[in-house]
Design a protein. Structure first.
Length: 320
Protein backbone atom coordinates (compact mmCIF):
# COMPACT_ATOMS: atom_id res chain seq x y z
CA UNK A 1 0.00 0.00 0.00
CA UNK A 2 1.33 3.47 -0.88
CA UNK A 3 1.46 6.19 1.75
CA UNK A 4 -0.98 9.00 1.17
CA UNK A 5 0.30 12.52 1.83
CA UNK A 6 -1.90 14.05 4.55
CA UNK A 7 -4.49 16.55 3.31
CA UNK A 8 -3.60 15.83 -0.30
CA UNK A 9 -5.66 14.63 -3.23
CA UNK A 10 -2.53 13.31 -4.91
CA UNK A 11 -1.66 9.66 -4.25
CA UNK A 12 2.05 8.91 -3.91
CA UNK A 13 2.33 6.19 -6.55
CA UNK A 14 5.16 3.65 -6.39
CA UNK A 15 8.34 4.80 -8.08
CA UNK A 16 9.22 3.75 -11.61
CA UNK A 17 12.50 3.37 -13.43
CA UNK A 18 11.40 5.42 -16.45
CA UNK A 19 9.95 8.82 -17.24
CA UNK A 20 6.17 8.88 -16.89
CA UNK A 21 5.93 10.34 -20.42
CA UNK A 22 8.12 7.70 -22.00
CA UNK A 23 6.42 6.24 -25.05
CA UNK A 24 3.88 9.05 -25.22
CA UNK A 25 3.82 10.67 -28.64
CA UNK A 26 4.11 14.46 -28.12
CA UNK A 27 1.73 16.81 -29.86
CA UNK A 28 3.09 18.59 -32.90
CA UNK A 29 3.22 22.39 -32.89
CA UNK A 30 0.17 22.42 -35.18
CA UNK A 31 -1.76 20.13 -32.83
CA UNK A 32 -0.77 22.32 -29.90
CA UNK A 33 -2.08 25.34 -31.77
CA UNK A 34 -5.40 23.58 -32.39
CA UNK A 35 -5.69 22.78 -28.69
CA UNK A 36 -4.94 26.37 -27.68
CA UNK A 37 -7.33 27.83 -30.25
CA UNK A 38 -10.12 25.59 -28.98
CA UNK A 39 -9.35 26.38 -25.36
CA UNK A 40 -9.25 30.13 -25.97
CA UNK A 41 -12.46 30.05 -28.00
CA UNK A 42 -14.28 28.09 -25.29
CA UNK A 43 -12.92 29.86 -22.20
CA UNK A 44 -11.99 33.36 -23.39
CA UNK A 45 -14.40 33.98 -26.27
CA UNK A 46 -14.06 37.79 -26.21
CA UNK A 47 -10.27 37.62 -26.24
CA UNK A 48 -10.27 34.92 -28.92
CA UNK A 49 -12.53 37.03 -31.13
CA UNK A 50 -10.27 40.05 -30.62
CA UNK A 51 -7.18 38.04 -31.52
CA UNK A 52 -8.48 36.58 -34.77
CA UNK A 53 -10.66 39.40 -36.14
CA UNK A 54 -10.21 43.15 -36.55
CA UNK A 55 -13.14 44.37 -34.50
CA UNK A 56 -12.54 47.95 -35.53
CA UNK A 57 -12.96 47.25 -39.24
CA UNK A 58 -16.68 47.99 -39.25
CA UNK A 59 -15.97 51.54 -38.12
CA UNK A 60 -13.65 52.02 -41.09
CA UNK A 61 -16.54 51.07 -43.35
CA UNK A 62 -18.66 53.71 -41.61
CA UNK A 63 -15.84 56.30 -41.88
CA UNK A 64 -15.90 56.98 -38.14
CA UNK A 65 -13.31 56.52 -35.39
CA UNK A 66 -13.12 53.35 -33.33
CA UNK A 67 -14.93 54.00 -30.02
CA UNK A 68 -12.66 54.63 -27.04
CA UNK A 69 -14.37 51.85 -25.11
CA UNK A 70 -13.43 49.28 -27.78
CA UNK A 71 -9.86 50.59 -27.86
CA UNK A 72 -9.57 50.27 -24.06
CA UNK A 73 -11.13 46.80 -24.04
CA UNK A 74 -8.82 45.59 -26.81
CA UNK A 75 -5.72 46.97 -25.09
CA UNK A 76 -6.75 45.22 -21.88
CA UNK A 77 -7.47 41.89 -23.57
CA UNK A 78 -4.25 41.76 -25.59
CA UNK A 79 -2.24 42.69 -22.50
CA UNK A 80 -3.40 39.47 -20.86
CA UNK A 81 -2.37 37.20 -23.72
CA UNK A 82 1.23 36.29 -22.73
CA UNK A 83 0.15 35.09 -19.28
CA UNK A 84 -2.96 33.39 -20.66
CA UNK A 85 -0.93 31.49 -23.25
CA UNK A 86 1.42 30.18 -20.57
CA UNK A 87 -1.43 29.29 -18.20
CA UNK A 88 -3.58 27.71 -20.92
CA UNK A 89 -0.62 25.66 -22.16
CA UNK A 90 -0.12 24.24 -18.68
CA UNK A 91 -3.75 23.15 -18.65
CA UNK A 92 -4.11 21.68 -22.14
CA UNK A 93 -0.60 20.86 -23.38
CA UNK A 94 0.89 19.24 -20.28
CA UNK A 95 2.35 20.52 -17.03
CA UNK A 96 5.68 18.77 -17.53
CA UNK A 97 6.77 21.01 -20.41
CA UNK A 98 8.39 24.43 -20.52
CA UNK A 99 5.53 26.85 -21.15
CA UNK A 100 7.36 30.10 -20.46
CA UNK A 101 6.71 32.79 -23.02
CA UNK A 102 9.85 34.60 -24.25
CA UNK A 103 8.38 37.63 -22.44
CA UNK A 104 9.39 35.86 -19.20
CA UNK A 105 12.04 33.34 -20.22
CA UNK A 106 14.29 35.80 -22.07
CA UNK A 107 13.99 39.14 -20.28
CA UNK A 108 15.73 38.61 -16.94
CA UNK A 109 18.94 40.40 -17.92
CA UNK A 110 17.82 43.12 -20.34
CA UNK A 111 17.73 46.67 -18.94
CA UNK A 112 14.81 48.93 -19.88
CA UNK A 113 15.06 52.71 -19.48
CA UNK A 114 13.03 55.60 -20.89
CA UNK A 115 14.71 57.28 -23.84
CA UNK A 116 14.05 60.66 -22.21
CA UNK A 117 16.22 59.73 -19.23
CA UNK A 118 19.42 59.94 -21.28
CA UNK A 119 18.68 61.69 -24.58
CA UNK A 120 16.90 64.71 -25.98
CA UNK A 121 13.16 64.54 -26.50
CA UNK A 122 11.74 62.68 -29.47
CA UNK A 123 9.11 64.30 -31.73
CA UNK A 124 5.78 65.17 -30.09
CA UNK A 125 3.70 62.11 -29.39
CA UNK A 126 6.63 59.69 -29.79
CA UNK A 127 8.05 57.93 -26.74
CA UNK A 128 10.96 55.52 -26.55
CA UNK A 129 12.29 52.78 -24.30
CA UNK A 130 15.93 51.72 -24.57
CA UNK A 131 16.30 47.95 -24.18
CA UNK A 132 19.95 47.16 -23.44
CA UNK A 133 21.03 43.49 -23.53
CA UNK A 134 23.58 42.08 -21.09
CA UNK A 135 26.21 41.70 -23.84
CA UNK A 136 25.64 44.47 -26.42
CA UNK A 137 27.14 43.91 -29.86
CA UNK A 138 27.17 47.61 -30.74
CA UNK A 139 24.25 47.20 -33.12
CA UNK A 140 21.02 49.15 -32.62
CA UNK A 141 17.51 48.51 -33.90
CA UNK A 142 14.32 50.52 -33.59
CA UNK A 143 11.27 48.38 -32.84
CA UNK A 144 7.73 49.31 -33.85
CA UNK A 145 4.65 47.59 -32.44
CA UNK A 146 1.68 46.06 -34.22
CA UNK A 147 -2.02 46.80 -34.14
CA UNK A 148 -4.01 47.91 -37.21
CA UNK A 149 -3.54 51.60 -36.45
CA UNK A 150 -6.21 52.08 -33.79
CA UNK A 151 -4.66 50.29 -30.81
CA UNK A 152 -1.27 48.96 -29.77
CA UNK A 153 0.36 51.80 -27.85
CA UNK A 154 -1.24 51.18 -24.44
CA UNK A 155 -1.48 48.16 -22.14
CA UNK A 156 -1.05 45.74 -25.04
CA UNK A 157 2.23 47.41 -25.92
CA UNK A 158 3.53 47.30 -22.35
CA UNK A 159 2.58 43.66 -21.74
CA UNK A 160 2.92 42.07 -25.17
CA UNK A 161 5.09 43.94 -27.68
CA UNK A 162 7.61 45.64 -25.37
CA UNK A 163 8.58 42.39 -23.57
CA UNK A 164 8.67 40.58 -26.93
CA UNK A 165 11.18 43.09 -28.31
CA UNK A 166 13.10 42.94 -25.01
CA UNK A 167 13.45 39.18 -25.42
CA UNK A 168 14.89 39.69 -28.92
CA UNK A 169 17.35 42.22 -27.52
CA UNK A 170 18.52 39.85 -24.79
CA UNK A 171 18.95 36.90 -27.12
CA UNK A 172 20.59 38.79 -30.01
CA UNK A 173 22.79 41.34 -28.24
CA UNK A 174 21.18 44.11 -30.31
CA UNK A 175 20.25 47.22 -28.33
CA UNK A 176 16.64 48.00 -29.21
CA UNK A 177 14.95 51.36 -28.95
CA UNK A 178 11.24 50.63 -28.81
CA UNK A 179 8.91 53.40 -29.97
CA UNK A 180 5.27 54.23 -29.46
CA UNK A 181 3.81 56.85 -31.75
CA UNK A 182 0.56 58.68 -32.63
CA UNK A 183 -1.94 56.19 -34.04
CA UNK A 184 -3.75 57.16 -37.25
CA UNK A 185 -6.79 54.98 -36.62
CA UNK A 186 -8.19 54.18 -40.05
CA UNK A 187 -7.03 57.50 -41.48
CA UNK A 188 -3.92 58.40 -43.46
CA UNK A 189 -0.58 57.26 -42.07
CA UNK A 190 1.39 60.23 -43.43
CA UNK A 191 1.81 62.19 -40.18
CA UNK A 192 2.56 59.05 -38.18
CA UNK A 193 5.16 57.97 -40.73
CA UNK A 194 6.76 61.40 -40.64
CA UNK A 195 6.98 61.38 -36.82
CA UNK A 196 8.42 57.86 -36.84
CA UNK A 197 10.97 58.78 -39.52
CA UNK A 198 12.16 61.77 -37.51
CA UNK A 199 12.43 59.68 -34.35
CA UNK A 200 14.37 56.91 -36.09
CA UNK A 201 16.80 59.40 -37.62
CA UNK A 202 17.36 60.92 -34.18
CA UNK A 203 18.00 57.52 -32.57
CA UNK A 204 20.59 56.66 -35.19
CA UNK A 205 22.28 60.05 -34.90
CA UNK A 206 22.54 60.00 -31.11
CA UNK A 207 23.58 56.35 -30.63
CA UNK A 208 25.99 56.09 -33.60
CA UNK A 209 25.65 52.29 -33.85
CA UNK A 210 27.96 49.77 -35.45
CA UNK A 211 24.97 48.51 -37.44
CA UNK A 212 21.45 49.90 -37.58
CA UNK A 213 18.11 48.36 -38.48
CA UNK A 214 14.43 47.92 -37.80
CA UNK A 215 12.42 45.23 -36.03
CA UNK A 216 8.72 45.56 -36.76
CA UNK A 217 5.56 43.65 -35.95
CA UNK A 218 2.42 43.86 -38.09
CA UNK A 219 1.60 47.43 -39.06
CA UNK A 220 4.92 48.60 -37.61
CA UNK A 221 6.23 48.10 -41.15
CA UNK A 222 3.67 50.61 -42.43
CA UNK A 223 4.66 53.09 -39.73
CA UNK A 224 8.31 52.81 -40.81
CA UNK A 225 7.71 53.05 -44.56
CA UNK A 226 9.55 56.37 -44.94
CA UNK A 227 12.79 54.93 -43.56
CA UNK A 228 12.86 51.45 -45.09
CA UNK A 229 15.66 50.97 -47.59
CA UNK A 230 19.40 51.35 -48.04
CA UNK A 231 18.99 55.02 -48.91
CA UNK A 232 17.98 55.55 -45.28
CA UNK A 233 21.05 53.71 -44.02
CA UNK A 234 19.44 50.48 -42.87
CA UNK A 235 21.73 47.50 -42.42
CA UNK A 236 18.94 45.02 -41.67
CA UNK A 237 15.17 44.63 -41.41
CA UNK A 238 13.32 42.03 -39.33
CA UNK A 239 9.56 41.79 -39.79
CA UNK A 240 7.26 39.62 -37.68
CA UNK A 241 3.84 38.91 -39.22
CA UNK A 242 4.15 42.09 -41.33
CA UNK A 243 0.99 43.84 -42.48
CA UNK A 244 1.02 44.59 -46.22
CA UNK A 245 -1.92 46.85 -47.13
CA UNK A 246 -3.16 46.92 -50.70
CA UNK A 247 -0.95 49.21 -52.76
CA UNK A 248 1.75 49.39 -50.07
CA UNK A 249 5.26 49.71 -51.44
CA UNK A 250 8.70 50.21 -49.91
CA UNK A 251 12.14 49.85 -51.44
CA UNK A 252 14.15 47.34 -49.43
CA UNK A 253 16.45 46.29 -52.26
CA UNK A 254 19.86 45.54 -50.81
CA UNK A 255 18.70 45.41 -47.17
CA UNK A 256 19.19 41.96 -45.58
CA UNK A 257 15.72 41.01 -44.41
CA UNK A 258 14.20 38.35 -42.18
CA UNK A 259 10.47 37.64 -42.22
CA UNK A 260 8.83 35.65 -39.42
CA UNK A 261 5.44 34.31 -40.51
CA UNK A 262 2.52 32.64 -38.76
CA UNK A 263 1.23 29.90 -41.10
CA UNK A 264 -2.35 30.15 -39.86
CA UNK A 265 -2.66 33.91 -39.52
CA UNK A 266 -6.38 34.78 -39.79
CA UNK A 267 -5.97 38.41 -38.76
CA UNK A 268 -2.90 39.80 -40.51
CA UNK A 269 -1.78 39.65 -44.14
CA UNK A 270 -1.81 36.11 -45.54
CA UNK A 271 1.46 34.22 -45.78
CA UNK A 272 1.25 33.82 -49.56
CA UNK A 273 0.88 37.57 -50.07
CA UNK A 274 3.73 38.33 -47.67
CA UNK A 275 6.08 35.80 -49.26
CA UNK A 276 5.44 37.08 -52.78
CA UNK A 277 5.87 40.68 -51.64
CA UNK A 278 9.31 40.03 -50.18
CA UNK A 279 10.39 37.60 -52.89
CA UNK A 280 9.72 40.38 -55.42
CA UNK A 281 11.57 42.97 -53.35
CA UNK A 282 14.98 42.42 -54.91
CA UNK A 283 16.72 41.72 -51.63
CA UNK A 284 18.10 38.74 -49.73
CA UNK A 285 15.24 37.41 -47.58
CA UNK A 286 15.42 34.79 -44.84
CA UNK A 287 11.93 33.38 -44.38
CA UNK A 288 10.85 31.68 -41.15
CA UNK A 289 7.42 30.02 -40.89
CA UNK A 290 5.72 28.74 -37.75
CA UNK A 291 2.61 26.84 -36.70
CA UNK A 292 0.96 29.88 -35.21
CA UNK A 293 -2.08 32.09 -35.38
CA UNK A 294 -1.41 35.84 -35.56
CA UNK A 295 -0.80 35.80 -31.80
CA UNK A 296 -1.93 32.43 -30.45
CA UNK A 297 0.80 29.78 -30.47
CA UNK A 298 2.46 27.42 -28.04
CA UNK A 299 5.04 29.24 -25.87
CA UNK A 300 7.73 26.93 -27.29
CA UNK A 301 6.87 28.23 -30.76
CA UNK A 302 7.11 31.83 -29.56
CA UNK A 303 10.52 31.09 -28.03
CA UNK A 304 11.60 29.50 -31.32
CA UNK A 305 10.52 32.61 -33.23
CA UNK A 306 12.65 34.76 -30.94
CA UNK A 307 15.63 32.38 -30.95
CA UNK A 308 15.82 32.04 -34.72
CA UNK A 309 15.36 35.75 -35.32
CA UNK A 310 18.02 36.52 -32.70
CA UNK A 311 20.44 34.10 -34.34
CA UNK A 312 19.82 35.74 -37.72
CA UNK A 313 20.39 39.20 -36.24
CA UNK A 314 23.61 38.08 -34.60
CA UNK A 315 24.94 36.80 -37.93
CA UNK A 316 23.86 39.89 -39.89
CA UNK A 317 25.54 42.18 -37.37
CA UNK A 318 28.70 40.07 -37.45
CA UNK A 319 28.82 40.51 -41.24
CA UNK A 320 28.47 44.31 -41.07
Amino acid sequence: MSEQTPNSDIVNLPGADRDVQAGVEPLTAKQQLEQLNNFFEDNYPEIFSSLVTDEGARYKEQSCPVPAELVDDTERMWARVPDLLAHSSLLVLGAGLDHRMPHVAYTSQVRAEPWSKQYRALPDGVAGTVLTPPNPTGAVAVSLHGGPGWFGDGASHDQFWLPLFASIAERSGVTIVDLTYPLPGYGAWDLTQQDVAEAIAQVKEELEPKAFGLIVFGSGLVAASQVVGTACGLDFLAALSPRIPEGFAVDIAGVPTAVSLAKFDSRGTGGGVVKKYFEDSGTEVQLFEYDSEHIIAAPAVWRQRVDELAEWLHQVVADC
